[in-house]
Design a binder for this molecule. Structure first.
Ligand SMILES: Cc1cc2nc3c(=O)[nH]c(=O)nc-3n(C[C@H](O)[C@H](O)[C@H](O)COP(=O)(O)O)c2cc1C
Ligand code: SF4
Ligand code: SF4
Length: 437
């Protein structure tokens, strides 16, 4: 069985699955339950000057049958006193010496950061995570994303923290920036041991048409909140990749966060450069026990690939992402339909006809081409191979798994990227590719 243990910047944990700093990581009670369920690490709900929360606090994007495809919240950091949180960290650490407990911290002045660092260390925390990401409430007080959006301020504050750091320091980054790379570079320059990302994304999920007030509703008003859950995973993966592939961030360990609900989501983050992952929304939705599937699934996958440890997977996909200008213009793939699986729903036909390239015809079962038209019945979709541009849309809308499969078509042409094409044109070695009619 593959070894799932990780060592993130000196923080050891029996598996890569950590509970993210959020409501599931608020108390010692939850910490015991999380570790008993199988989580490897626990990033405590952000400790700071205790705040007062509003009621209500959450809103969500539901997609069809799927509840909470995206979750929005206007909650702040811990409403419990720092002494309570640090005392409970100490108790939990005593009981779970081989699991990772990370104190998430947020404060303001240099002295206060020094004080928090000392208290986190005295409590026995394995590391700290600096919350530079909270996009509501705390940023109006000069903390959270107000810090994370300004690389100079990040560098200054991480510098203060490192003066007092005796345990590893993770800097949690905000996605509410044009590029996350300057923030990661600033954290690295200042001596941070690792970064984690993403925190939540600025968002408003919906308006209640009776009150004309967006959700969540607070006495007739609302405010923008932080968005997370499955809907944000692609954004998080892209930001993770930007840091993992940045030469100036080389060697900076990354804890991946954002929309992770199962082992495959976690594997995506690890393949794109994360050492481990953190989970919030999926626990809020389904509870701590989801970690069982995560551990079993990841372990089975690693075994099936002959990988001895989770570290063997780390970063394998990083170099597979390049700039658009390097992609091969002479590569071609087209859609093919497995008629044994097709249920004649014609969704592929409609999608390609109205939303793509009119490369699917509807034919009668006896092979007679009936041409385009809205006649569902028993007509069969047929890919017009010469017209298909291989955009993937039909395969994406098809409701039957593996019914539409994209296949390579040999073109007999050599690799040619946009960059090479431009160079060839400039040197007069290539003729312009004719535009589509
Ligand atoms: C209700 C709620 C409260 C949160 N509180 C904190 C917090 O105190 N500190 C922090 O660093 N992140 C906080 N987060 C952000 C999460 O730790 C995490 O970065 C984000 O939810 C993305 O992960 P997910 O998609 O698995 O939920 C909070 C998220 C939610 C939903
Ligand atoms: S891959 Fe795109 S162009 Fe080709 S048949 Fe499907 S939807 Fe049409
Ligand atoms: S979407 Fe899939 S199942 Fe539906 S007609 Fe097209 S190939 Fe068949």
């Amino acid at each position: 069985m593959a070894d799932l243990s990780i060592n993130l910047a000196g923080i050891k944990s029996p598996n890569p699955f950590w509970v993210a700093s959020a409501p599931p990581a608020n108390t010692a009670y939850q910490c015991h339950n999380a570790f008993a369920a199988g989580w490897g690490g626990f990033v405590w709900k952000t400790i700071g000057t205790p705040i007062v929360n509003v009621s209500s606090r959450y809103s969500a994007l539901n997609l069809g049958q799927m509840r909470m495809a995206g979750l929005n919240n206007i909650e702040l950091i811990s409403d419990r006193a720092p002494e309570t949180n640090f005392r409970e960290i100490k108790e939990c650490k005593k009981e779970w010496p081989n699991h990772a407990i990370i104190a998430s911290l947020m404060t303001d002045t240099r002295d206060n950061w020094h004080d928090f660092m000392k208290r986190a260390r005295d409590a026995g925390a394995d590391g700290v995570e600096l919350n530079f990401g909270c996009p509501h409430g705390m940023c109006e007080r000069g903390m959270g994303s107000a810090v994370g959006q300004n690389p100079e301020v990040i560098e200054t504050i991480v510098g203060w923290v490192m003066e007092a750091a005796e345990i590893p320091v993770i800097v949690k980054l905000t996605p509410n920036v044009t590029s996350v790379v300057p923030a990661a570079r600033a954290a690295k320059r200042a001596g941070a041991d690792a970064v984690s990302l993403i925190n939540t994304i600025n968002s408003i999920t919906q308006v209640n048409m009776e009150t004309m007030c967006p959700e969540p509703y607070v006495a007739g008003l609302s405010t923008h909140g932080g968005y997370c859950g499955p809907a944000v995973k692609p954004i998080a993966l892209n930001m993770l990749h930007e840091i993992a592939s940045d030469p100036q961030c080389e060697g900076l360990p990354i804890s991946g966060i954002g929309g992770i609900s199962n082992w495959k989501d976690a594997a995506d983050f690890i393949a794109l450069g994360a050492t481990g992952v953190q989970v919030c929304t999926a626990i809020m939705h389904y509870g701590f026990r989801i970690v069982e599937e995560m551990k079993d699934g990841l372990s089975d996958f690693l075994d099936s690939k002959g990988m001895k440890s989770v570290n063997d997977l780390r970063g394998l996909a990083v170099k597979k992402v390049t700039k658009w200008e390097n992609l091969n213009l002479n590569y071609k793939r087209i859609a093919t339909i497995d008629y044994d699986k097709c249920i004649n729903c014609n969704l592929c036909y409609i999608a390609c006809e109205d939303g793509a390239h009119q490369a699917i015809a509807l034919i009668s079962p006896d092979g007679h081409d009936l041409g385009p038209g809205r006649l569902p019945g028993k007509l069969i979709p047929k890919i017009l191979e010469d017209v298909c541009v291989g955009c993937n849309l039909c395969a994406l809308v098809c409701p039957v798994d593996d019914c539409i499969v994209m296949v390579d078509v040999p073109t007999g042409k050599k690799h040619m990227s946009w960059k090479q094409y431009q160079e060839g044109l400039a040197a007069g070695k290539l003729k312009p590719i004719p535009a589509h009619p």
